[in-house]
Design a protein around this ligand. Structure first.
Ligand code: FAD
Length: 339
C-alpha cells in the first residue's frame, strides 16, 4: 500500500503543478497516470507546439514546459505510479481513501485530486470509409514530431485552433501545406485565422473551403485524397493527411465513482476550493466544470493552488496557515505554518 497525503490522478500540467503547491505546504504527493510519460495532453498531443499564454514565457514549447514543471517539483520527491489507470476508490470510515489501479496497486491518501484532463484521448475521425486502413500509414490524428513532415506534402482538415495552429507552424517545415475546412468561417482564435489568411496570400499555404475530404487513395500508404468542393470532386497528391477534428472526452472509470458529472466533466465548488460532491475528493484542470470554466493550463494551475490550501486546512484543522511568498526565505526554508 502506497501512503501519501494527496493522491493526484493525472500527470498533466495541472497534476504536476499541484505537487509544487502541496510541497510548499509540506504535503506529500503521489501521482498515478495511465500513460507511460508525464505531461498529459502536452506530451501526448502537441509536445512541439509553442504555447503563448503561460505567464512569464512569451513562448514555450509544450514539451519544455513539462520538463520545467518536473524540474520545479522534483525537490518535493513525489511518487509516481505510471502506466496504470486509477480504477476504483473506497472511502474509509476515517475519511481517507484507498484508490486501486487496473494493475492492482493500492494507494492510501488523506485527499484525492482528480487532474485527469480529458480522460483517455480519442480523436474524432472524419467519416471516410477506408480511413482506418491508412492510420499510421499517412493518416495521423496528432502532430507529435513536426520534423517528420519536412519536405512532405500535407493536408490538414479542421476549423478549430488545433488545425489553424498546426497549419501556421508546419508552413515553415513542410514542402506544401493545405488546409481544408467544410465552412468558410473558422472556429479558432481570430489572430490565428488572420495569420493563415496572410500565409495564403503569401503563397505559403493552400486554403480549400468550403470543402471536405471524401476519399483516401494509395497502395499501402496515403498517396492522394479525394476532395469535394461545391459538388465537384478532385484528387490531391499528398504524403500525410492530418484530420484535426478534436477529441472525444472519455471519463473512463472515474465516471463510476459517484461524482456529479455534467457533460463529461466533474462538477466542483469553484467559489471555494474545487471540491466535488464527495468531501475530500477534488477535481482540478480540464476534468472539472463550473460556471465560466476555461480549459487552459493557467486555470488548472490556479485551481491546484486553491485546492492545496483547502486540503492543508482539512488535514491540519488546528494549525493557522499564513500565506508567505516563496521569495521570503526561499523554498527550502519555507515553512508556511504558524502554530
Ligand atoms: P491533461 O493534460 O489532459 O492530463 C490528464 C492526465 O490524466 C493524462 O495524462 C491522462 O492519461 C491521465 N488520466 C486520465 N484518466 C486517468 C485515470 N483514470 N487514471 C490514471 N490517469 C488518468 N492550453 C493552454 O493554456 N494554452 C495552449 O496554447 C493550449 N494549446 C492546446 C493545443 C492543443 C492541440 C490541445 C489539444 C490543447 C491545448 N491546450 C492549451 C489545453 C491544455 O492542453 C489543457 O488545458 C491541459 O492539458 C489540461 O491539463 P490537465 O493536467 O488538466 O489534463
Amino acid at each position: 500500500m502506497i501512503e501519501t497525503d494527496i493522491l493526484i490522478i493525472g500527470a498533466g500540467p495541472t497534476g504536476l503543478f499541484a505537487v509544487f503547491e502541496a510541497g510548499l505546504l509540506k504535503l506529500r504527493c503521489h501521482i498515478i497516470d495511465a500513460l507511460p510519460s508525464i505531461g498529459g495532453q502536452l506530451t501526448e498531443l502537441y509536445p512541439k507546439k509553442p504555447i503563448f499564454d503561460i505567464p512569464g514565457y512569451p513562448s514555450v514549447q509544450a514539451g519544455d514546459l513539462i520538463k520545467n514543471l518536473y524540474e520545479q517539483i522534483k525537490q518535493f520527491q513525489p511518487g509516481f505510479t505510471m502506466n496504470e489507470i486509477a480504477k476504483t476508490i473506497d472511502k474509509q470510515p476515517d475519511g481517507t481513501f484507498i484508490v486501486t489501479t487496473d494493475k492492482g496497486t493500492q494507494h492510501h491518501a488523506k485527499a484525492i485530486a482528480i487532474a485527469a484532463g480529458l480522460g483517455s484521448f480519442e480523436p474524432r475521425k472524419p467519416l471516410i470509409d477506408n480511413i482506418t486502413d491508412y492510420e499510421e500509414k499517412g493518416v495521423e490524428y496528432f502532430v507529435k514530431d513536426p520534423e517528420k513532415y519536412k519536405d512532405k506534402k500535407i493536408v490538414i482538415a479542421g476549423g478549430g485552433d488545433s488545425a489553424l495552429d498546426w497549419t501556421i507552424f508546419l508552413a515553415d517545415i513542410a514542402k506544401e501545406v493545405t488546409l481544408v475546412h467544410r465552412r468558410n468561417e473558422f472556429r479558432g482564435a481570430l489572430d490565428s485565422v488572420e495569420k493563415v489568411q496572410s500565409l495564403k496570400n503569401q503563397g505559403k499555404v493552400n486554403l480549400i473551403t468550403p470543402a471536405e475530404i471524401v476519399g483516401i487513395q494509395g497502395s499501402g500508404k496515403v498517396e492522394s485524397l479525394v476532395i469535394e468542393k461545391e459538388e465537384q470532386t478532385f484528387e490531391k497528391e499528398v504524403d500525410y493527411f492530418i484530420p484535426l477534428f478534436g477529441l472525444t472526452p472519455k471519463l473512463g472509470p472515474i465516471a463510476d465513482w459517484g461524482l456529479e458529472i455534467e457533460k463529461n466533466a466533474i462538477k466542483v465548488n469553484n467559489a471555494l476550493d474545487y471540491q466535488t460532491n464527495i468531501e475530500g475528493i477534488y477535481a482540478i484542470g480540464d476534468i472539472n466544470t463550473y460556471p465560466g470554466k476555461l480549459k487552459l493550463i493557467l486555470c488548472g494551475f490556479h485551481e491546484a493552488t486553491l485546492m492545496c490550501q483547502s486540503i492543508y486546512n482539512k488535514i491540519f484543522p488546528d494549525r493557522k496557515y499564513v500565506l508567505k511568498y516563496t521569495t521570503v526565505g526561499g523554498i527550502q526554508g519555507f515553512d508556511g505554518t504558524v502554530k
